[in-house]
Write a protein that binds this ligand. Structure first.
Ligand SMILES: CCCCCCCCCCCCC[C@H](O)CC(=O)SCCNC(=O)CCNC(=O)[C@H](O)C(C)(C)COP(=O)(O)OP(=O)(O)OC[C@H]1O[C@@H](n2cnc3c(N)ncnc32)[C@H](O)[C@@H]1OP(=O)(O)O
Ligand SMILES: NC(=O)c1ccc[n+]([C@@H]2O[C@H](COP(=O)([O-])OP(=O)(O)OC[C@H]3O[C@@H](n4cnc5c(N)ncnc54)[C@H](O)[C@@H]3O)[C@@H](O)[C@H]2O)c1
Length: 721
C-alpha cells in the first residue's frame, strides 16, 4: 500500500497549536473527510512546526462562547474510526493535545518530545476523557502521578510507561506514516483504550486512600488536584462512559471555580512580565541581551552560595569570591554540599563531574581574577558603605562592558551605581532564599541602567530557569516593600491580643506556604533587627526619650527588637516567635515564655487585650500589602499588577490559586478593600500603611474597573499632568 493511502491531519494554530474553536472544527472535518474517502486507509495526526499541540486554547475558557464546546466527542470519533489513526508527537503533546493522541490507535514520539496533562496547574482536570483513558493505558499509579502533578514526561519515560508505542530520533511524521501503512488491516479493538479495563492493583483501595492523603497535603487549599484524583478514582470504579460523565461533572465544577480563573490569570501573567518595558521607553522589543560566558559571585553567605549553585546548574562558569580564606573555605564547603545534593536529584550521575570541574568553578579571594568575567553578582552584607566599596573596586577591575549586579534586598541601586565609572552597567538582581530553589528574580533598574543590562539580566533569569520581573528602584523594591506593612500588621495584632500561632494559622489556611512568624523565624529575626538599627529605629542611635511604641509620629512595635535583645533570633538560636527542639531545629512549637512575655508587654504598655477574629487577621495583614501595591503602581515602580502578582507567587509563597495579591484584590472587589482599609485606618490613625492609596480610591471612584484596565487610569492621569 503506498503512502498516499494515509491521510495527514496537521494541527495548525501558531505558536503552540492550541485547540481553538477553529482548530477543533478543522480536526473534526478532517476526520470525517478521511472516514468518507474510500482511498484513505489510515490517518496520521501531527502538529505544524514540530509541535503536536499544547492542548485547549486556555483563553477560550474565559470566553462566553465556550459553553457546549467539547473535545471529548471528537476524540471518541478518532477512537471509533475503522481506519487506524496514528499520532506523530513532536515537541509537545500537552493537555487536550495528549488527549487527542490517547484517542489515536498508535502513538509515536520524537525522542525530544514532552508529554503531559498539565490541566491541574491551571485549575482544571483533563476534560476530554484523559482521566479515563490514561489509567487504562499505563495503570493507576502512573496516571495519578501525571494527572495530579501536571508534570511533563520526556519521550523516553513515556516509552517505558507504555504511553507511546515507539520513540524515534529521525523524522517522526515519516515514521508515523510508515507505521500507519504497516498496521492497515490489523484489528483495532485492542488499540481502543476505552474498551480496555483499568489494570487491577492487589491493594487498590489502600493505594487510593494513601494517594488521596498525599494529594491533599500537597494541594495547600487548591481544589484541582483533589478533583483530578476523584476523576481517576472514578475510572477504577465505573464503566468508561460513566467515568467520562463523572469527569465532565468535576471539570465543570473546576471551570466555574474562581481558582481556575486565578491560575489561568497567573499563567498569562508570567508570560506577560517577560515583555518588559520601562517608563523611559526601553523594552524587550528593542534591547538585546549580551552573552554571559563567565560570571562571578562576591560573598558566599546564605545567598551567594545558592547563587553560585544556580549558575553552575545552568552550566555557566563561575568565579566564587570571599573576603578571606576562612570564609572562602566555609563557602566552598557549603557550595559543594549544595551541588552534591543537586547532582543527586538529577538523573545522570555524570552531572556531578561537570559540577566538580575546576575550570568551571573557581574559588578565590583575589579580586583580580574578575578581569575576564562578563557579569558579577555581589552578595555581601547589606551595608551601603561596603557595597559601594566593592562596586568601586569591581568597576576598576572588570573589563568594560561587564555587568555589575547587586543582590541587595532594599538598598538604593543608584547610590551603589554612583560608586562606579559605569552606572549604565549596574543593575539589581534580587534573588530569593534559597537562591538555587526559589523561582523569582526581581530585576531592578536604576536611573542609568542600560536597556542591554536589563535584557541581559532577563536572559540570565531564563538561563537559571527563573522568572525575571523588571521593576523600578525604591526602598525594598516591589516584593519587600509590600511585605513591610504585612509583617508590621502581624506584629501589631500580637500587641493587641493575638498569638503568632493564631496569625500563622489564618494565613496558612489562606494558602501561604508559611505564615509571617514562622517565616521570620526561618529567615532570622536578626536580619530585620540589623536593618532597623541601620535606619536608626532601634539600638544605640535612638535618641533618648523616644517613646517605646512610636517612631517619627507613627505607631511602632518594639516587639521584634525585644526578642532579639533576648537572644531570640528564630530557628538559628532555637527560639524566636516559637520554640524549637534545638538551635537550627525546624519544628516550631508555641512557646509559653513568649505568651507570658506578650502578656507582660501589654500590661507594661497598658494595652487592653481583645479577641481578634480570623477575618480581621486576614484583612489587617493582606489589605495593607495590596494597598502598598496600588502605590507602587501609581509611582510607576512596576508596569502592571501582573508584575506584583508574579513576584508574590514566585518569591513570597502567595497561593497561586488565588492569583496574587492584586488579582485577589480585584476578586474581592476594590470598593470592599477600600472600605475595610478606611475602617482600620480610622481605628489606627497612626499607621500610614492602613491609609488607602490614592490610586485605589481613584479606581473605586472610576467604578471598580477590571484589573486589565487599571493601568489605563494611570496613564490618562499622567497624560493630563
Ligand atoms: C470559545 C473557544 C473555546 C476554545 C476551547 C475549546 C476546548 C474545549 C475543550 C474542553 C475540554 C478540556 C480539554 C483539555 O483537557 C483542557 C486543556 O487542554 S487545558 C490546556 C492544557 N495545556 C497547558 O496547560 C499547556 C500550557 N502551555 C505551556 O505549558 C507552555 O506554553 C508550552 C506549551 C510548554 C510552551 O512553552 P514555551 O515554549 O516556554 O512558550 P510560552 O509558554 O511562552 O508560550 C508561547 C505562547 O503560547 C501561548 N500558549 C501556550 N499554551 C497555550 C494554550 N494552551 N492556550 C493558549 N495559549 C497558549 C502562551 O501564552 C504564549 O503566548 P503569549 O502569552 O506570549 O502571547
Ligand atoms: N538572606 C536572605 O534571605 C536574603 C534574601 C535576598 C537578598 N539578600 C541580600 O543578599 C546579600 C547577602 O545576604 P546574605 O544573607 O547572604 O548575607 P551573609 O551574611 O549570609 O553573607 C554575606 C557574605 O559576604 C561576605 N563578604 C563580606 N564582605 C566581603 C568582601 N569585602 N568581599 C567578599 N566577600 C565579603 C561575608 O564573608 C559573607 O560570607 C545582602 O545584601 C542581603 O540583603 C538576603
Amino acid at each position: 500500500m503506498g503512502a498516499a493511502a494515509v491521510a495527514v491531519i496537521r494541527l495548525r494554530n501558531p505558536p503552540v497549536n492550541a485547540l481553538s474553536l477553529t482548530a477543533l472544527q478543522a480536526l473534526e472535518d478532517g476526520l470525517k473527510r478521511a472516514d468518507a474517502d474510500p482511498s484513505v486507509k489510515a490517518v496520521m495526526i501531527c502538529g505544524e512546526n514540530g509541535k503536536f499541540s499544547a492542548g485547549a486554547d486556555i483563553r477560550g475558557f474565559s470566553s462566553p462562547k465556550r459553553h457546549g464546546i467539547a473535545l471529548g466527542p471528537i476524540i471518541s470519533l478518532i477512537e471509533k474510526s475503522e481506519k487506524p489513526v496514528v499520532a506523530a508527537i513532536e515537541g509537545i503533546a500537552l493537555g487536550g493535545g495528549l488527549e487527542v493522541a490517547l484517542g489515536c490507535h498508535y502513538r509515536i514520539a520524537h525522542v525530544k518530545a514532552r508529554m503531559g496533562l498539565p490541566e491541574v496547574t491551571i485549575g482544571l482536570l483533563p476534560g476530554a476523557q484523559g482521566t479515563q483513558r490514561l489509567p487504562r493505558l499505563i495503570g493507576v499509579p502512573a496516571a495519578l502521578d501525571i494527572i495530579t502533578t501536571g508534570r511533563h514526561i520526556p519521550a523516553t519515560e513515556a516509552l517505558k510507561l507504555g504511553l507511546v508505542d515507539e520513540v524515534v530520533e529521525e523524522n517522526t511524521v515519516e515514521a508515523a506514516i510508515r507505521l500507519a501503512n504497516k498496521v492497515i488491516g490489523q484489528p483495532l479493538g485492542p488499540r481502543r483504550l476505552s474498551l480496555k479495563p483499568v489494570p487491577k492493583l492487589p491493594n487498590m483501595e489502600a493505594f487510593l486512600r494513601e494517594a488521596l492523603v498525599k494529594v491533599k497535603k500537597q494541594a495547600h487549599g487548591c481544589l484541582a488536584p483533589e478533583l483530578c484524583f476523584q476523576a481517576v478514582k472514578a475510572a477504577t470504579e465505573q464503566t468508561f462512559a460513566d467515568g467520562v460523565r463523572k469527569e465532565q461533572e468535576l471539570f465543570n465544577i473546576l471551570l466555574t471555580s474562581g481558582q481556575a480563573q486565578a491560575l489561568q490569570y497567573a499563567f498569562f501573567a508570567e508570560r506577560a512580565v517577560q515583555k518588559w518595558t520601562t517608563p523611559s521607553g526601553a523594552s524587550w522589543k528593542s534591547a538585546s541581551p549580551q552573552p554571559i560566558h563567565k560570571a562571578a559571585v562576591i560573598g558566599l553567605g546564605t545567598m551567594g552560595r545558592g547563587i553560585v549553585t544556580s549558575l553552575v546548574k545552568a552550566n555557566i562558569p563561575v568565579v566564587a569570591l570571599e573576603q578571606n580564606l576562612e570564609y572562602l573555605n566555609m563557602g566552598r564547603k557549603a557550595v559543594m554540599l549544595l551541588l552534591e545534593r543537586e547532582a543527586m536529584k538529577m538523573e545522570q550521575g555524570a552531572q556531578t563531574l561537570r559540577f566538580h570541574n575546576p575550570a568551571r568553578l573557581q574559588f578565590t579571594v583575589d579580586f583580580d581574577v574578575l578581569q575576564d568575567v562578563d557579569l558579577v553578582i555581589e552578595a555581601v552584607f547589606e551595608n551601603m558603605a561596603l557595597k559601594k566599596e566593592i562596586f568601586q573596586k569591581i568597576s576598576r577591575i572588570c573589563k568594560p562592558g561587564a555587568f555589575l549586579c547587586t543582590n541587595t534586598s532594599a538598598l538604593n541601586i543608584d547610590e551603589i551605581a554612583s560608586a562606579t565609572r559605569c552606572p549604565q552597567q549596574v543593575i539589581g538582581t534580587h534573588f530569593f532564599s534559597p537562591a538555587h530553589v526559589m523561582r523569582l528574580l526581581e530585576i531592578i533598574y536604576g536611573l542609568h541602567t542600560s536597556a542591554t543590562a536589563i535584557a541581559t539580566a532577563m536572559q540570565l533569569a531564563k538561563a537559571l530557569k527563573k522568572v525575571g520581573v523588571v521593576v523600578g528602584n525604591c526602598f525594598g523594591f516591589v516584593g519587600n516593600r509590600m511585605m513591610f506593612p504585612y509583617v508590621q500588621q502581624a506584629v501589631f495584632l500580637l500587641e493587641e491580643g493575638s498569638r503568632p500561632e493564631a496569625i500563622d494559622q489564618v494565613l496558612e489556611d489562606f494558602g501561604f506556604k508559611i505564615g509571617p512568624f514562622r517565616m521570620s523565624d526561618l529567615a532570622g529575626l536578626d536580619v530585620g533587627w540589623r536593618s532597623r538599627k541601620g535606619q536608626g529605629l532601634t539600638g544605640a542611635s535612638l535618641p533618648p526619650g523616644t517613646p517605646a511604641r512610636q517612631r517619627h509620629g507613627h505607631r511602632y512595635s518594639p516587639l521584634p527588637d525585644l526578642l532579639c535583645e533576648n537572644g531570640r533570633f528564630g530557628q538559628k538560636t532555637g527560639k524566636g516567635w516559637y520554640q524549637y527542639e534545638k538551635a537550627g531545629g525546624r519544628t516550631a512549637k508555641p512557646d509559653p515564655w513568649l505568651h507570658n512575655f506578650l502578656a507582660q508587654y501589654r500590661d507594661t504598655h497598658h494595652i487592653k487585650t481583645r479577641f481578634i477574629d480570623q477575618e480581621e487577621i486576614l484583612e489587617r495583614c493582606l489589605f495593607p500589602l495590596m494597598n502598598e501595591g496600588f502605590d507602587i503602581l501609581a509611582e510607576g515602580i512596576a508596569s502592571g499588577p501582573e508584575h506584583l502578582d508574579v513576584i508574590y507567587i514566585n518569591g513570597y509563597g502567595w497561593p497561586k490559586h488565588r492569583g496574587g495579591p492584586m488579582f485577589h484584590a480585584s476578586t474581592i472587589g476594590l470598593p470592599r478593600v477600600l472600605a475595610k482599609l478606611q475602617k482600620y485606618s480610622e481605628a489606627h490613625p497612626d499607621v500610614p500603611g492602613l491609609r488607602p492609596s490614592a490610586f485605589l480610591k481613584k479606581l473605586v471612584a472610576m467604578g471598580n474597573p477590571p484589573l486589565k484596565d487599571w493601568m489605563s487610569y494611570l496613564s490618562r492621569q499622567s497624560n493630563k499632568l
